[in-house]
Design a protein around this ligand. Structure first.
Ligand code: ARG
Length: 457
């Protein structure tokens, strides 16, 4: 078909330049939205008396048929070679309806069209992200519910630090993913703005009813400045930014799953459906899905960087650079949504090996801080208590015994404040129960958290 812009040129585009610039290959993903945009725009053209009723009906009939073909995945994009999806849709209408197809582009530009398409696409995809994120939140909540009384080695520096309940550890991620949810909801708000009517950059000459178009397309707001509308991709950054943070969270918990799944730690069993074998070592059960999700965080953060760099120093309004916004965004959407879905399913397949967790608790003098707090309660300043317990830990390590096994007479060589009741604080249950503050790991506090979460879910 003839180009959308051949008029002022003597020569066609160089073949290699064409390869560099044509985008149909990937922006075909926007076909559905481009058709919807053309429908809504045609309706506004009819209202503005640019199209007659029967012209509008013809366009609608054709676009509706085309939309069905596209959504049923019956349309063969590879058989076409237009510059981009907007050119393809227009040429299909023109091939079918002649001059009517050419009239359809009155009062709009590919500049407002492409960003409207992209916003429609992203709004739909954010809903998918939010659904999958809810699956993750529910799976974590459910697992946490089962482990309010499973005592677990809490770590700092990946060194045994203090006992916590496993539910508390899992709910820490629940909090992180809840914040992600807020960020995606905010990204949705920013995406839910209709730029159509802004035309090339300055607005259109036909008094098109922008509110009507926005309503037809399911947008709740219209853009306030045509130059901003054409050049704005902040909504993309908000999504890829939120996705980067969310993938970073996924990478952190997946890292823990990888470690916990290692025979060196052996705290969990991941369902067979989310692990793979080795082609050479028959004993292996590798946590590939957790590793891949951890790995995918890299490309998503990379894509976010691409989008940021794309916009940096770009003058108003449309510049062809903006065409490069699509592939990284599509990549983020696809990989984030897939990662969230697989992660939610994998979490449901987890089993914790309580015996091994209990054994691990007995290592690393995990109750040392409890002894310091005991001395503080008896009147010793915390720093002095810390020093004394440090010395005790050294001896206990040398003797290769647990703090609970240290004799009272030995304790008393370090401080006369030690009495028989020291053994009461030297229990894992006592240690967690003592963290009875809002946000702490005491089981009753964790249950309080679970109750408040349940209301939100
Ligand atoms: N394919 C283009 C893009 O994705 C559509 C807009 C082209 N506009 C233009 N003035 N060349 O950005």
């Amino acid at each position: 078909m003839a180009k959308m812009w051949g008029g002022r040129f003597k020569k066609g585009l160089d073949q290699d330049a064409q390869k560099l610039s044509y985008s149909l290959q990937y922006d075909a993903k926007l076909a559905k939205y481009d058709i919807l945009v053309n429908k809504a725009h045609s309706r506004a053209l009819y209202q503005a008396q640019v199209l007659t009723k029967s012209e509008l009906q013809k366009i609608n009939l054709f676009l509706t048929k085309l939309l069905k073909e596209v959504t049923d995945q019956k349309f063969d994009f590879s058989a076409h070679s237009e510059e981009d999806i907007h050119g393809l849709i227009e040429s299909l209408v023109t091939d079918a309806l002649g001059d009517l197809g050419k009239k359809m582009h009155t009062g709009k530009s590919r500049n407002d069209q492409v960003v409207t398409d992209l916003r429609l696409y992203l709004k739909e995809q954010i809903q998918v992200t939010l659904n999958h994120l809810d699956m993750v939140l529910k799976a974590l909540y459910k697992l946490a519910q089962e482990h309010v009384h499973t005592i677990f080695p809490g770590c700092t520096h990946f060194q045994t630090a203090q006992p916590v309940v496993l539910a508390h550890h899992l709910l820490a991620y629940f909090e992180k993913f809840s914040r992600d949810k807020q960020r995606f909801l905010q990204a949705f708000e920013s995406t839910d703005v209709c730029p159509l009517g802004s035309a090339a950059l300055a607005g259109n000459n036909y008094g098109l009813d922008r509110e009507l178009v926005a309503h037809e397309l399911g947008f709740s707001k219209i853009s306030a400045n045509s130059m901003d509308a054409i050049s704005d991709r902040d909504f993309v950054l908000e999504y890829t930014g939120a996705a980067s943070i969310c993938m970073t969270h996924l990478s952190r918990i997946c890292e823990e799953l990888v470690l916990w799944n290692s025979p060196l730690i052996d705290f969990i069993r991941i369902g067979d459906e989310f692990t793979t074998g080795s082609s050479i070592m028959p004993q292996k059960k590798n946590p590939d899905i957790a590793e891949l999700i951890r790995g995918k965080s890299a490309r998503i953060v990379g894509a976010h960087f691409s989008e940021l760099h794309l916009l940096k120093s770009l003058p108003l309004t449309y510049n062809r650079d903006l065409q490069e916004d699509k592939e990284p965004l599509f990549d983020v959407v696809e990989n984030l949504n897939m990662s969230l879905l697989c992660f939610a399913k994998m979490i449901k397949s987890l089993e914790f090996k309580k015996e091994n967790i209990f054994k691990a608790l007995q290592k690393g003098a995990i109750l040392a801080t409890e002894i310091a707090d005991y001395l503080v309660k008896k009147g010793l300043p915390f720093r002095d208590a810390h020093e004394i317990v440090g010395q005790i830990v050294q001896v206990v390590e040398q003797k290769n015994i647990r703090l609970e096994e240290f004799a009272l007479t030995e304790f008393q060589t370090y401080s006369p404040l030690f009495q028989k009741d020291i053994y009461e604080v030297l229990t894992y249950e006592g240690a967690v129960a003592a963290k009875d503050v809002y946000g702490g790991t005491a089981p009753q506090r964790v249950e309080e958290q679970l109750r408040s979460i349940k209301k939100k879910l």
